[in-house]
Design a protein around this ligand. Structure first.
Ligand code: NAD
Ligand code: TYD
Length: 351
């Protein structure tokens, strides 16, 4: 299979930047095009180390702009699309569902139509790889895991928009024979994540001694995966995944929010050479998120058994690497929460 010219959408964002770095470095004979609108979450600083490589280029563009997407894909004639561009934060989706509908659903359908028109019926060596979330499956109780055939039951505007986009991708496979693959991953953590998501938000607030807002009682559970391990799974699925299939990706690493934040507090106290217990005093219980999903947990055995993937890092190592990265990149944190980005950050986290 060739699949050599790949458009990666959302490549300037958190996960996309790690996927771009991996593909650019590991596949020098590929031509990797990063298509990104550069919203508040997209930041070309995330890609400084690869931007001069000859197999990489960046195009600023909006996937909701149908005319642009149709002509861009036709012009580039890509072999593959790895589609990550999305509005990705649940709290923002509660405030502004329409933006999520437009980017996550309409944007995805624009891309599907564009490859369909460009590839015509010649799908040899072609692949549309849609990156999705475990949140489409809804919320678990104390037991059980999400499997690839767990019925969809999205609960937030974000997960409803992602679920809808997954359905469109499968519908295009079923109706038009488009070669597609989908993966649904658990919560990612690591460098380059905008400090609106739990871990970078807490790290940012601990460093500036601001309150650490815990929604509800902090008993909600998430399964955490280091972002580079998500990128390695995407690499494996892109190259070896079975067309038409879905793969769940997870870290087998469930944490109650409050336990995770307390662990982070301990690590940060040590790193900042503060007295043990200093950061924990910042923990502040706040009003729960509306419709807050209780527990997510992934069964990733299909990916492990069929494609021989497994995470490379333990959580202890991943968390330490993550904290070290944010501490060494305070300027990055300052930049993404100030200047043109300040209003996006303040709209949520000005307290
Ligand atoms: P992110 O918010 O950090 O990045 C999203 C990127 O998409 C940004 O670079 C942004 O500029 C770009 N973008 C947004 N709207 C666009 C538009 N209209 N046109 C072009 N580009 C646009 O998101 P992330 O956390 O890196 O997530 C990437 C993908 O992975 C998303 O599809 C998300 O649903 C999925 N996912 C995320 C997680 C997670 O824990 N973060 C877990 C599973 C799946
Ligand atoms: P988040 O990082 O927003 O990811 P998601 O909602 O997609 O799982 O949140 C992770 C968990 O942390 C979730 O249960 C909500 C909770 N949370 C807080 O308690 N406080 C916060 O400030 C944030 C951002 C999240």
């Amino acid at each position: 299979m060739s699949k050599k010219k790949i458009i990666i959408t959302g490549g300037a964002g958190f996960i996309g930047s790690h996927v771009i770095r991996r593909f650019v470095n590991n596949y020098p004979d590929y031509n990797i095009i990063n298509l990104d609108k550069l919203t508040y979450a997209g930041n070309l600083e995330n890609l400084r180390d690869v931007e001069k490589k000859s197999n990489y280029s960046f195009v600023k563009g909006d996937i909701t702009d149908r005319e642009f997407i149709l002509s861009f894909i036709e012009k580039e004639q890509p072999d593959g699309i790895i589609h990550l561009a999305a509005e990705s934060h649940v709290d923002r989706s509660i405030r502004n569902p329409m933006e999520f509908l437009l980017t996550n659903i309409v944007g995805t359908v624009n891309l599907l139509d564009a490859v369909r028109e460009t590839w015509k019926d010649n799908f040899d060596g072609k692949l549309f790889y849609h990156i999705s979330t475990d949140e489409v499956y809804g919320s678990l109780g104390d037991t059980g895991f999400f499997l690839e055939d767990t019925p969809y039951d999205p609960q937030s505007p974000y997960s409803a928009s992602k679920a809808s986009s997954d359905h469109f991708v499968r519908a295009y496979r079923n109706t038009f024979g488009l070669p597609v693959v989908i993966s649904n991953c658990s919560n990612n953590y690591g460098p380059n994540q905008f400090p609106e998501k739990l871990l970078p938000l807490m790290i940012n607030n601990i460093r500036s001694s601001k309150p650490l807002p815990i929604y509800g009682k902090g008993e909600n559970i998430r399964d955490w995966l280091y972002v580079e391990d998500h990128a390695s799974a995407i690499d494996v699925i892109y190259h070896q995944g079975k067309t038409g299939d879905t793969y769940n990706i997870g870290g087998d690493n469930e944490w109650k929010n409050i336990d995770l934040v307390k662990l982070l507090c301990e690590i940060m106290d040590q790193k900042l050479k503060r007295l043990s217990g200093t950061a924990e005093k910042l923990i502040t219980y706040v009003t729960d998120r509306a419709g807050h999903d209780m527990r997510y947990a992934i069964d990733a055995s299909k990916l492990k058994n069929e494609l021989n993937w497994s995470p490379s890092l333990t959580f202890e190592v991943g968390l330490e690497k993550t904290v070290d990265w944010y501490m060494a990149n305070e300027e990055w944190l300052e930049n993404v929460t100030s200047g043109q980005y300040k209003k996006y950050y303040d709209a949520y986290y000005s307290s």
